[in-house]
Ligand binder design. Sequence first.
Ligand SMILES: Nc1nc2c(c(=O)[nH]1)N[C@H]1C(S)=C(S)[C@@H](COP(=O)(O)OP(=O)(O)OC[C@H]3O[C@@H](n4cnc5c(=O)[nH]c(N)nc54)[C@H](O)[C@@H]3O)O[C@H]1N2
Ligand SMILES: Nc1nc2c(c(=O)[nH]1)N[C@H]1C(S)=C(S)[C@@H](COP(=O)(O)OP(=O)(O)OC[C@H]3O[C@@H](n4cnc5c(=O)[nH]c(N)nc54)[C@H](O)[C@@H]3O)O[C@H]1N2
Ligand SMILES: [Mo]
Length: 745
Amino acid sequence: MQIFASHFGFYEVSPGPVLRPFRHDPAPSATGLAHLDLARDPSRVMQPMARRGWLEGDKGAARGEDVFVPLTMEAATRLAADEIARVRGTHGNGAIFGGSYGWASAGRFHHAQSQLKRFLNLAGGFVSTVNTYSYGTAKVILPHVLGAEHAESGVFAPSWDQIVAQCRVILAFGGMRLSNAQVEAGSTGAHRTADWLAAYSAAGGRIITLSPDASDAPQGEHLAIRPGTDTAAMLGMAHVLWSEGRLERGFLDRCTVGAEQVIAYLSGTEDGVPKTADWAAAITGLGADDLRRLARLLTDEPSLINLSWSLQRARYGEQPYWAAVALAAMVGRIGQPGQGLALGLSAIASVGQPVRKLRGPALPVGRNPVSAFIPVARLTDMLERPGEVLDYDGQCLTLPNIRLIWWAGGNPYHHHQDLNRLRAAWKRPETVIVQESVWTATARHADLVFPSALPFERADVAAASRDSWIGYSARVMDPPQGVLTDHETLARVAAHLGLEDAFRGGRTEHQWLQHIYEGYAAEFPELPDWDSFRLQGFAQLDAGEAAPAPYTPLAAFVADPGAAPLSTPSGKIELASAVVAGFGYADCPGHPVWLDPDEPGDLPFRMLSPQPETRLHSQLDRAGPARQARWKGLERLRANPADLLAAGVAVGDVAELYNDRGIVLVAATADPKVGQGTLVLPTGGWFNPVRDALDRVVDLGGNPNTLTADLGSSRLSQGASANHPRVGLRALRDPGLLKKLEDLA
Ligand SMILES: Nc1nc2c(c(=O)[nH]1)N[C@H]1C(S)=C(S)[C@@H](COP(=O)(O)OP(=O)(O)OC[C@H]3O[C@@H](n4cnc5c(=O)[nH]c(N)nc54)[C@H](O)[C@@H]3O)O[C@H]1N2
Ligand SMILES: Nc1nc2c(c(=O)[nH]1)N[C@H]1C(S)=C(S)[C@@H](COP(=O)(O)OP(=O)(O)OC[C@H]3O[C@@H](n4cnc5c(=O)[nH]c(N)nc54)[C@H](O)[C@@H]3O)O[C@H]1N2
Ligand SMILES: [Mo]
């Protein structure tokens, strides 16, 4: 069987070629079927291109607004190599930024960042990044609270089999939207979350969802909460447990430290404000009776608290995560099968799946001689303020002075916040090199662009670290004439620097795939040999007898905290942390607290920017499903009908969403599921800033990051804080923009 393994899962390749659902996948994603739409899309980068002003030595002045001229591959690779040599010779490798964050490919070999890192390491190193936009705040706070072993995204959840068997109430903050579980960074052979949810309901389990958007609660009960106020809701419930004598003292004594400090805060002893259900109701918009009812349910029934990852992608995003740990500890069900706390069920396909870990080999990237790094979401700060000091998790980082940016496999003009601010800072480096398959805004803001083969134009081995499927992803078709893989492009740049042999490592691309697969086969002897694997197209571990054991986080620790301590300083769950308190950060003190993340200003709405159903971030934006989801070529904004009325915007109108940071054109749609005061604009629209007749810069692409604030979540984690900025909504002011839209369509 021929398989194409994408972020949306495995697909069977039929003659045509066309993609068909993988026969072993119980819930294949329809979006992924559209991958091949990209092959001949006019957005493809077809040859190396250089920005004219850069060739003429403008150093970045016209970056993002200039024309491009075509180059031969030989000329382009030489220019790139010369630029590496110049920058490292003049400024050292600490002036090269190669963080290159992004989702790139599901394959292990053609993983663009790994390819780039291998190349840059050989060339003397680069400034790197730590953490992710996905989970960057949780990743930094959780080691202090639960230990570093529980801080990776996706690892902290009981397996669904346990939840189905044992749990009766899931309290889901931010919901468990199935559309997000379509994707997995290393692909998957089987989407199982929908089946687990059905089995859970069939077993009598209830789901209560707290979200500003009722579409997060397709099953069960929905309670509308104001954006960014989950911490207050959790503290209010914790207060109920304390004041009603429902605290599970035995658990707190055995398994946690710091409960007294949290109780002093809840009771009001610390700051004079008791965090009662009534206090929380006023902040969250929830009913105080509902909060009391939920708190009692958590203790009375076998229960699980689940948090979406979106909660921590916000200013003070540590607080909802830490407060949830405190609340779950007070309930005392952590470590009991299928109960307690889960972080991110349904965020991606693998979370909660009972599988054996498939940690296999990857392309070796070598060692980076440059030690300087930034927390990934501090990109604009780095470009704006070289030499300045940034607080981060108890350290003081000096921001490097970047002369050369090289990006492969990510789209900062999709993922970063406050894109107009990024755009200004992005002009400061002398050179920007981008490897891309399509003309994203990032490619359009580069000086030198190399065309990259799309994932189905090259063979690869795909395997996620928490999945039991390995795919041999076929080369479904050839890339367009002159379009190379990232590996081949980088090998040719390396050749100009005398590094080609070292970069290729003595293997052809095909030999690398075999080498990587055989690394898995050495670890899992039940895997077929390389030739059989390629013929079959996939292999599954864990089938039948090999099924993995059910799993609940912290079960061993809770059973015997002394014998299986956590890696926190106390060895226990830290409801208060002396280490975090010692950092002295007012925006992340030593125990969970309510800090209002709302921005100043009087704009009436809070904008949510959830993950899009019909694409992966900005990827597949040009394919059928995302095109069909648009209205008049514009991204759809979902708003409560009453809010549209108040803003003077009719359903189907082209409208302006705006704040001090920018203006975005959207098509207004009414949806009573969206709470009043909240507007929903999914991520992934292609940032497309144009100047209008009123001399304003307007994003026609509907990218919410035109409006989001670019502030670290706190001085502790410096994570992305994309969630719920303040925005206004109004009628279109320059009708001339409609003409520009038509030209685009
Ligand atoms: N407002 C707001 N912003 C957000 C979020 C949010 O919730 N709200 N979510 C954040 C999150 S969680 C994430 S993970 C980020 C995602 O941000 P990104 O991962 O940067 O977004 P993608 O669109 O997946 O970008 C991947 C890019 O890599 C390219 N690509 C794919 N494969 C290859 C390859 O093999 N070679 C090369 N050279 N290029 C390739 C694709 O064409 C695409 O342009 O966005 C973040 N931004
Ligand atoms: N189809 C598809 N699936 C994806 C992705 C994609 O691009 N496309 N991206 C993947 C990636 S990289 C990641 S990291 C995960 C992200 O997984 P998450 O971060 O969990 O997903 P989001 O869609 O950003 O947010 C989930 C829900 O949180 C709700 N929400 C937002 N703010 C608040 C709040 O303040 N309080 C409460 N209670 N709820 C709130 C929103 O209504 C939203 O529907 O998704 C993955 N899944
Ligand atoms: Mo993410």
